[in-house]
Ligand binder design. Structure first.
Ligand code: LLP
Length: 419
């Protein structure tokens, strides 16, 4: 459910016509609905009201400060993967006591910053990392709270690029090595193992892999407890999928019904790291048709947004619905490729898509672009990154302005010998 609907033949976000936003900030631009974001957060959080839990919103999905502040106000914590995300989360007012830090390649500086700000825990992905965390904590005269990130070797049945819980993946510690890692951790004076963590992949549309992975983790928790561990947190990661076209992912409430009974009787706090399910359908990318072109055997709709603005179709072959901003009753349908201005054949937003016929100047909405849209945007082809707008009721707020050419060269210098 989201708040992008046609009103009087024109697509609106909440009470604001998309065309008004396009007029104000130009195209391309990202548009997010405040009401959708809040509702998605509350529905997810509310589904777990019967178990002690922390929702640690996955900052990587959409890290705009305004969105993070909104999450903080709803009571969310943060799942972060870098010092930059830590900086954003703190700046937005997310309490350190609800921040968890994952990632296979944390640097010493990032570990130091995390310990200095006293975040809830670091999710450790290898013994080498465990030793470095111990060293850094020792230098700082602290004990670092950690969770062991376990790789449960479960197939999430999603795109291989966004699968993380299989043996061959770089993430986590294999279940059979977990006890050894735990023993190593207890031998390190500056490490306090407080939890276990897993995240098996993203855009999961089936509940079974979540349940199977959690069951595997719980067997392990039992083993660790027998060896004296005091596991106070069980972090099941993120990954709940959304509807891009005709997927039918479990609703948060169905997800909670499957997960809660497994953890209810443990004396642990459940941590979840949802990203996409909160922000994915709460955002769109608005773009304008520049040209239409009849190729040898294809029709192209050339728009002003490219793969640098939304890379998901190019990178994963991901489907995003594309809607005309103005409905055209009885419009003729044509099968087209919707492509951007970037100099790559992989620069497309849709391939072989049957769409109502469009012409130069028309506005289009690329749906479900709130997650991993702007956060994966780049300046490739020296294209300034596009603005982000948050709509609340009938008001719009520019929460990131369009980059200017000056921003493109910020930090670059021509050395003396070339002057
Ligand atoms: N926790 C961890 C440790 C993660 O690595 C991720 C996502 C999440 C939570 C949040 O997962 P979500 O609830 O959003 O599925 N760029 C890709 C998705 C990459 C996901 C990376 N990790 C895409 O556009 O589909």
């Amino acid at each position: 459910m989201h708040d992008f609907e046609y009103r009087h033949g024109e697509l609106a976000c909440e009470n604001l016509p998309i065309s008004r936003i396009a007029k104000e900030v130009g195209t391309p631009c990202y548009v997010y609905s405040y009401a959708t974001l809040v509702r998605h957060y509350q529905v997810f959080d509310g589904a777990f009201q019967n178990v002690p839990h922390i929702v640690a919103y996955a900052v990587k999905a959409n890290s705009n400060l305004a969105i993070l502040r909104l999450m903080a106000r709803e009571g969310s914590g943060a799942d972060i993967v870098s010092g930059g995300e830590l900086y954003r989360a703190l700046k937005a007012g997310i309490p350190p006591s609800k921040i968890v830090f994952a990632g296979v390649g944390k640097s010493r500086e990032e570990i130091r910053d995390a310990l200095a700000t006293d975040i809830l825990m670091l999710n450790v992905e290898s013994s080498a990392e465990l030793r470095v965390i111990d060293e850094v904590a020792a230098e700082m005269g602290r004990r670092a709270r950690v969770a062991l990130r376990i790789n449960p070797d479960i197939d999430p049945k999603t795109h291989p690029y966004i699968s993380t819980g299989l043996k061959k993946s770089k993430f986590g510690i294999s279940a059979d090595r977990a006890l050894d890692e735990y023993k190593l951790a207890t031998s390190l004076r500056h490490i306090d193992v407080v939890g276990v963590h897993k995240h098996i992949g993203s855009q999961l549309t089936d509940i079974a892999p979540f349940v199977d992975a959690l069951k595997k983790i719980l067997v392990l928790v039992e083993t660790l407890q027998r060896h004296g561990a005091n596991i106070r947190y069980i972090n099941i990661g993120g990954g709940l999928g959304i509807t891009y076209s005709d997927e039918v992912p479990p609703l948060p409430h169905e997800f909670a019904v499957a997960i809660s009974p497994l953890v209810r009787d443990l004396k642990s706090v459940l941590i979840m790291e949802p990203g996409r399910v909160i922000v994915g359908n709460a955002g769109i990318l608005v773009t304008r048709v520049l040209y239409t072109k009849a190729g040898e055997d294809k029709h192209f709709v050339i728009v002003d947004a490219g793969m640098n603005d939304l890379i998901r179709p190019s990178l994963y072959g991901a489907y995003h619905e594309i809607r005309p901003v103005y409905e055209v009753p009885n419009a003729k349908t044509r099968t087209v490729d919707v492509v951007g201005p970037v100099c790559e054949s992989s620069d497309f937003l849709a391939k072989d898509r049957a769409m109502p016929e469009v012409k130069a100047g028309d506005l289009l909405a690329v749906m479900s672009a709130g997650a991993y849209g702007f956060t994966m945007a780049s300046n490739y082809n020296s294209r300034p990154r596009v603005p982000e707008v948050l709509v609340k009721g009938g008001e719009m707020h520019v929460i990131r302005s369009r980059e200017e050419y000056g921003d493109l060269v910020r930090g670059e210098t021509i050395p003396e010998f070339l002057r």
